[in-house]
Design a protein around this ligand. Structure first.
Ligand code: ZN
Length: 103
């Protein structure tokens, strides 16, 4: 008898940027379509997916460590232009507040 309460809690995925585990809902799914990293916020696109925090920090980490060719089992380089634009539009990190109070 397995007394494990390993119920289906929220599924976890590993961010390919910072390598931290997070709830799937907190991460952005990315798929590769013809050499381009495409954000898949609704998780509906077919194919192998990679997961990333919606932050520029994690995106930069992923790019610098060249995780996409590994994640997508492809040659690369993968174009992250669309992905970067998406992250910049939706990113939630408050690491760099815009200084608007400059006199
Ligand atoms: Zn991350």
């Amino acid at each position: 008898m397995s007394g494990r309460t390993h119920a289906r809690v929220c599924p976890e995925r590993t961010c390919v940027g910072c390598r931290e585990r997070a709830a799937k809902d907190d991460l952005l799914r990315i798929v590769a379509i013809e050499g381009e990293c495409v954000p898949d916020p609704r998780g509906t696109l077919p194919g192998r997916g990679a997961y990333l925090h919606r932050t520029r920090v994690c995106l930069d980490l992923a790019v610098r460590r060249r995780v996409f060719p590994r994640a997508f089992r492809g040659r690369g380089p993968f174009d992250v232009t669309a992905l970067r634009r998406f992250v910049e539009r939706t990113h939630v990190d408050q690491a760099a507040p815009v200084d608007q109070a400059t006199p």
